[in-house]
Write a protein that binds this ligand. Sequence first.
Ligand code: HEM
Length: 449
Amino acid sequence: MDTVVATNPPQGPKGSWLSGNLMDYRKDPLGFLVDLQKNYGGAAKIRFGPQTMYVIYDPALLKEVLLTKQEHFVKLKAFQEARLFVGDGVATSHGEKHKRVRRLIQPHFTKAHIQKYALQMVHIVERELRTWKIGERRDLTEDISNITFAIIAKTLFSLEGDGYARAIREPYELINRMCAERMRLLVSMPLFIPTAKNQAYKSALHALDQGVYDIIKQRRAHPEQEEGDLLSVLMEARNDQGEGMTDQELRDELMIMFIAGHETSANALSWAFSFIMQQPEVERKLYEEWDRVLQGAPPTAATYMQLTYTQNVLWEAMRLRSPSFFTGRSATRDVQIGSIQVKKGQSVLFSPFAIHHNETYFPDPLTFQPERFENDLLKNIPQFAYIPFGGGPRGCVGNHFAMLEMVIALCMIGQQYRLRLTPGHPPIEMEPLMTLRPKNGIQVVVDPR
Ligand code: HEM
């Protein structure tokens, strides 16, 4: 694909008079987003019902939205549905409120700070792997989600044990599905109408809330227990008037950390394994790197730096299966992006998944090829051409944390076991819910390494 600069004004598929392009999006969200780029280049204009929106692909346009003109945008209005459960925490808030919390949490996610989490991450993976047995079949996506959830719970909030995971992950399963479904409707059923689906959704939302409020309650009762973790930092923070966060504000921040922090990494890792299991050459190179660098020991913050092929496998998995496949911004005033006049209230969407399929920057884009990240690929393509973690001031705060935990888990699983897909495993399909996950999980047989 040639680099295509947005035409002025951007064009887009016609769609139906009532719902615009919504039905085509609903039928196949990923295909729709990739085709828009193929057919319209750097930017396309689409309509979901009465709302006209722009979908941008050109890295130069993205740079304006995410960096140079980011102050004229807030998180996508269409994500209101997700606010039902994530609330108004750092990922959804804006302005001063966002800045204040981001400043508060950012120091906990610097490269230097997360090094001290490495050992805790190793212990959690070790504990999980102790329950695996040679020859058994396992649901890999479920196992990895257990690991990434336990890592967030322990490192950020000093929580241990399955109780927290059950209290949060179980209701979240249904919420994730329902939320994604409702976001794809032009008009979703108001929640006060007592349909069976609505009732189930509401009781899951209530259970999720309860799970998080219980954590806050316990810590308020025993504040002396843990000092210096993210929860205590959030609890001790004071605004200019000397006021601390309310329970609801704390709930919103915890919720986003749990949700944004565990599902994305679990999906990225699951996808990485799906490629490794199907490409013996990639597996061989990983073994070679682990044997050479780690010599049987678990990774540390220091050896992490030398595990470059392992990191490239993860970068490539996130290129082809970007967990955050679709996101966007809404303009708070009229603003010009390239040659596009975005009106106040209009939305600008972008899809890391589709952007990563641009063959100008990623030749042979459908092939899994970790080697493409060698020789500083990211320095040789435009900024914002590869954005698994977004970018600019609203980029992922947990990017280094995620890379470290994923490298640790990938190495430790692979040093001990050779995973293979169960015989006759169906093709692993993509399921775009709140994040991009493997539909029906990935079932594996655990062989000795
Ligand atoms: C592979 C794993 C991950 C991926 C692919 C990922 C991806 C992203 C992306 C694309 C965004 C920006 C969304 C936008 O611009 O609309 C984001 C934001 C965010 N992520 Fe991650 N993330 C991952 C892991 C994590 C982890 C481990 C944490 C926390 C421990 C985390 C916490 C957040 C938060 C708090 C935000 C909102 C930042 C803000 O708005 O200031 N993420 N993430």
